[in-house]
Design a binder for this molecule. Structure first.
Ligand code: GLN
Length: 241
């Protein structure tokens, strides 16, 4: 018998999922099942109704052009997303969607795409891209992934980063911060996709979603994470020794 039903909303999977970030949605849905819960995945596309009951919201990376294509819908649903975030809904926004959950993304051509301001970060496009494997220290332990962005992100005063860079560029290549987190909202540049490679982080999002959906504490199952753990350790050893 299912321990409960969790509604997972993936925003803009067509426009904003070009670096394998769909793997985050698949990982969350699979892990929920492995833990004994029922996962209902809803894909939200521009111009359609935002689902009533969202327990977990994810968004991925995309090109600047993809970001421009989701702008109007993001603005239309901005109050809804802000209310969900303020109410403690867990959310994971990668790269391009991370930028749009910030205050603004100013493209390399100087066009300003306003963000939702859920995370106090501001991003400017550069001629130079930041590309390569990454190792972070986070509250969920070592997190590994792969970054590929031209946007350089600066945290507002008091904004907590998602992690500290041990190898890679992170938000801007200079201050060793990576991503941002406020309440249960997480923004990060890490593709990979990030969640299959970092099950502890995936389960932290799941635990928060389960509490919201069922009103009860998360009762984990025993998924076999051997492969993910081995791959993560290999990347950590290769990059930081
Ligand atoms: N346009 C953004 C950048 O290059 C987003 C890239 C991404 O989502 N990977 O900074």
């Amino acid at each position: 018998m299912s321990k409960g039903r969790i509604n997972l909303v993936h925003i803009y999977p067509r426009e904003m999922s070009i670096y394998g970030d769909l793997g985050n949605t698949r990982c969350l849905a699979s892990r929920l099942r492995w833990h004994g819960y029922e996962a209902v995945v809803h894909q939200h596309h521009p111009g359609t109704e935002f689902p009533e009951d969202a327990h977990l919201v994810v968004g991925g990376g995309g090109q600047d052009s993809g970001q421009a294509r989701v702008e109007a819908d993001l603005e239309r649903n901005g109050d809804r997303l802000k209310a969900l975030a303020a109410d403690g809904t867990p959310m994971l926004m990668i790269c391009g969607m991370y930028q749009l959950f910030g205050n603004a993304f100013i493209t390399v051509e100087g066009r300003s795409l306003p963000g939702l301001g859920i995370l106090d970060v501001t991003t400017r496009g550069n001629a130079k891209r930041m590309i390569g494997p990454v190792v972070l220290d986070t509250e969920f332990g070592e997190v590994v992934g792969y970054e590929n962005h031209s946007g350089s992100t600066v945290l507002g005063e008091g904004q907590k980063p998602f992690g500290t860079v041990r190898s890679g560029m992170g938000n801007n290549g200079t201050d060793q911060t990576e991503g941002a987190t406020t309440g249960n909202v997480f923004g990060s540049y890490l593709h990979g996709p990030i969640l299959p490679a970092n099950p502890a982080f995936a389960d932290a999002l799941i635990a928060r979603a389960v509490e919201r959906a069922t009103g009860r504490a998360f009762e984990p199952g025993t998924p076999d994470d051997t492969l993910a753990d081995q791959a993560r350790l290999r990347q950590v050893r290769r990059l930081v020794g």
